[in-house]
Design a protein around this ligand. Structure first.
Ligand code: PFF
Length: 442
């Protein structure tokens, strides 16, 4: 029995959905800090170079495999080449569950912070008391899990709608809103008195801070940020028709993703420095320092609320793309979209509970020296995504090369760019990815 595969309503819809996958928590909370800490513009230049060579090549490879096979991540490899490569699809399924679990916990925090900001409960608090409030909130055994459930339910709701009426529509509505909010935040931040110091921290090139490990970190971040290596983009590509220009689409997605990462830095650091706050890393920057910054600025209640709306939107359009590969695969086993979407969502929610509890009572429970949250992050981001990306590069660069060239060039002769693409997938990407893999395991 074969049911006609659903397709995107338009190429723009595909771009918005795929950019939605790429633009996520990784762009807004991780990239800006990494750049600031690793030599500003020097890091950004390296990051851009990696995104537009290796990142873009693997991105196009995934879209191509999806489009050519019109199949989910497991069956795509079986259809196009030796079936052993379907291991990429199976690992992708595992990674999707793992990333969904911890991602949904953090996304739950962002929803909670919309509520807390908008209701004015942070008014008048300084960074120290905000830090205490954040610690108390995430270590609570009940509240964050309720917010996690709300976030997973939102994800399930969109995916239940299917490709054109669910995922595509969400992308077309949410991505423009995300851009508008981000631009409003950038304008607010750079017009604050004292903003220049933040621009300097984020942008002034300092090549002395650029080390081998910061280059590795840049490549790892490029991979995570473009949602590569686990079949999410492949699955989105499988809903494209034969006539779509996939080279151009891949380029546009990479461009949008990188623009958001850089704009996020321009929204964050000028504001942090204008109020003489500490640009420290990770969750602390997002959930402690920035709330304090917003509290101190004129119009902070609105801008603070908008910032957490921005994060929630970014997370939602990414989590949709984590759930859809699961749905695409399990639907081939004879279950309906509704059954698979709800079951997978529920399982991911359950896996999120120990991630959330790791912030509190279960924090002492360690596997390989990591709490459950960090373990899920490590296994997926540092292990499965690079291995998946490596195998995808080998698959397209060495195994199905003629078919791949035909997919990107249509009936014409493959041009210079297509040949360059294959060259990168053959030699450069596998070596570079093997290097991040080894580095990430140390
Ligand atoms: N690209 C997302 C981010 O930058 O936050 C994370 C992500 C989404 C990774 C979907 C992988 C994926 F399949």
């Amino acid at each position: 029995m074969s049911v006609k595969r659903e397709h995107w309503g338009s190429r723009l819809g595909f771009i918005m959905a795929t950019a939605g996958s790429a633009v996520g928590l990784g762009n807004i909370w991780k990239f800006p800090y990494m750049a600031g800490d690793n030599g500003g513009a020097a890091f950004i230049i390296i990051y851009l170079a990696l995104v537009f060579t290796i990142g873009l090549s693997v991105l196009l490879a995934e879209i191509m495999i999806g489009r050519a096979s019109q199949s989910d991540a497991v069956n795509a490899f079986k259809k196009l080449g030796p079936s052993g490569f379907s291991i990429v699809g199976y690992m992708g399924i595992a990674a999707a569950f793992m990333i969904l679990s911890f991602y949904s916990v953090v996304a739950g925090w962002t929803i909670a912070y919309i509520v807390k900001f908008a209701s004015g409960s942070f008014v008048g608090m300084d960074a120290a008391s905000l830090g205490g409030a954040f610690g108390a909130f995430i270590s609570n055994p009940v509240q964050p899990i309720i917010y996690e459930a709300i976030f997973v339910a939102m994800t399930v709701f969109v995916v239940l709608g299917g490709i054109a009426n669910g995922i595509e529509r969400a992308g077309k509505i949410l991505m423009p809103i995300l851009f508008l909010i981000l631009i409003a935040l950038v304008v607010r931040a750079v017009t604050l008195p004292g903003a220049e110091k933040g621009l300097e921290f984020f942008l002034a090139p300092d090549f002395s801070k650029l080390t081998g490990s910061s280059v590795m970190a840049a490549l790892g971040q490029a991979f995570f940020s473009l949602s590569l290596g686990m079949g999410a983009i492949l699955t989105y590509g499988s809903y494209l028709g034969k006539d779509a220009n996939i080279g151009k689409s891949a380029w546009q997605v990479a461009f949008l993703d990188t623009s958001v990462a850089i704009l996020a830095g321009l929204a964050i650091f000028p504001a942090v420095f204008a109020f003489n706050m500490d640009p420290g890393a990770g969750p602390g920057l997002t959930f402690v320092t920035l709330p304090a910054v917003f509290d101190a600025m004129p119009g902070g209640l609105i801008f603070g609320t908008l910032f957490f709306v921005l994060l929630t939107i970014a997370a939602l359009t990414s989590s949709i793309s984590l759930l859809e590969p699961l749905v695409a695969f399990f639907s081939t086993k004879g279950f309906s979209r509704a059954q698979v979407t709800m079951t997978s969502g529920f399982l991911a929610f359950l896996l999120g509970i120990p991630c959330s509890m790791a912030m509190g009572d279960w924090g002492e429970f360690k596997i390989f020296g990591k709490n459950f949250f960090d373990l899920m992050d490590f296994l997926s981001s540092n292990l499965i995504l690079p291995i998946g990306g490596f195998l995808i590069a080998i698959f397209v660069g060495w195994v199905i090369t003629p078919r791949a060239l035909q997919e990107v060039s249509g009936t014409g002769e493959p041009g210079l760019l297509a040949k360059l693409w294959i060259f990168i997938l053959r030699f450069i990407a596998p070596i570079a990815i093997a290097a991040i893999l080894i580095n990430g395991l140390r």
